[in-house]
Design a protein. Structure first.
Length: 395
């Protein structure tokens, strides 16, 4: 995810072309992939920009996180009127204020995307809101907050975003058993993906065993891409600079590992989707948990700015793009055909990386820690800013 200035976001949307003869974003849909936007902004919803993206670009859903809200709520005056209205009724702390503002934004976005939800029979049209990142290792706290947010937003096309930690997996199972749709976030490793996918299935199985409806539950697994290549390439470059004995092999792996990692995740999804275990759930009306490619902005400027969209097209997947990537793909994306799922080739790349002395497991563990730390920092910073707004507007 790229965090950019609010004015830059507005300028991008204002100069964005309207309907074109060819729109690569809509071509993704024809190939079985849903383009989502990793961004939310109150003014874009209120002024009709979000509706335009749905109608003209085939936008199929949205994701949010604490860092996005920190940028949109923390600056400018778009939220001042609602904050004044809340303060006129009661005293609130920064945490309570954040949740009310966020719920308002998410509910409005859900309403705008509801036609997509209906036309896709609940497959798309979802908007995600994340539980507090401070609960990443607290299963019970996560479940409690997921239930509260689900009730507060009160929209069928909501998804509750839960990090893919061991505690998060427990919460995902329970939330699914409760009938709550989820977005599993911050997935970097195969192990974490397998565990959280299994948690979703177990939650569905529990619900079926209790005689409850599973047809209204949806889920996506947010598997991160760009950040993986960023850290892997940094280690490769250090070994090349040091004239490591494996330098030539490693050089050929630059920009290749994240997609290889994603290929193995998709292959696992295919395997599970063909299993007898899943067929029983599908017969009961269950919806598959789709893979969602996250962190699809290009970090290395020597690569194409749409590489993680062009090369990750696969049926029954989602690509959630930050606004600059969304705009770039509309302009010059090249969605020609689905990605090739070559498991042997993907494993060979990861084996070569390991033989070159680079530990992908250590990298994905670090990425999870860094991701949680980054969301915690943004969440805390937002609370500090909102506390200042409360003091200023109350005065």
């Amino acid at each position: 995810m790229i965090l950019i200035d609010e004015a830059e976001n507005d300028a991008m949307l204002q100069k964005a072309p309207h309907q074109k003869t060819r729109n690569p974003l809509k071509e993704l849909v024809a190939l079985g992939q849903s383009p989502w936007l990793d961004y939310i902004n109150r003014t874009h919803t209120e002024e009709g920009e979000l509706k335009r993206l749905v109608e003209e670009d085939g936008l199929r859903g949205m994701t949010s996180n604490p860092a996005i809200f920190e940028k949109t709520m923390g600056y400018g005056h778009a939220y001042d009127a609602q904050i004044r209205s809340i303060l006129a009724r009661r005293k609130v702390g920064a945490g309570e204020l954040y949740e009310e503002l966020a719920v308002t934004d998410i509910r409005a976005a859900c309403d705008t995307l509801h036609p997509v939800f209906e036309s896709s029979r609940g497959q798309d049209g979802h908007v995600s809101i994340e539980v507090s990142p401070h609960l990443a290792h607290d299963a019970e706290g996560t479940i409690k907050e997921a239930r509260r947010l689900w009730k507060a937003v009160d929209r069928r096309n909501l998804m509750i975003k839960i990090p893919g930690t061991p505690a998060g997996a427990k919460a995902i199972e329970q939330a699914t058993a409760d009938g709550i749709s989820t977005n599993v976030t911050l997935l970097f490793s195969q192990k974490a993906y397998h565990e959280t996918f299994n948690a979703y299935i177990k939650g569905l199985e529990r619900r079926v065993a209790d005689g409850e409806d599973v047809s209204r539950i949806a889920s996506v697994a947010s598997f991160y891409i760009g950040r993986v290549d960023l850290l892997v390439d940094e280690q490769i470059d250090r070994k090349i600079a040091a004239k490591d004995v494996h330098a030539n092999i490693l050089r050929a792996l630059r920009g290749k590992i994240a997609i290889a990692n994603a290929t193995l995740a998709y292959a696992h999804w295919q395997e599970v989707s063909r299993s007898d275990r899943w067929r029983k759930l599908a017969a009961a009306g269950a919806n598959a948990q789709r893979l969602l490619w996250a962190s699809t902005s290009t970090k290395d400027k020597t690569y194409s700015d749409v590489i993680y969209v062009d090369e990750l097209i696969a049926p029954d997947t989602v690509n959630t793009m930050p606004l600059p990537t969304f705009e770039a793909f509309r302009d010059h994306g090249n969605p020609s055909e689905p990605m090739v799922i070559d498991v042997a080739d993907a494993k060979a790349k990861l084996d070569a990386l390991a033989k070159g002395g680079i530990d992908l497991h250590a990298i994905t563990d670090k990425l999870l820690r860094d991701g949680l730390a980054g969301f915690n920092e943004a969440f805390d910073k937002l609370h500090t800013v909102l506390k200042g707004k409360i003091e200023a507007l109350a005065a």
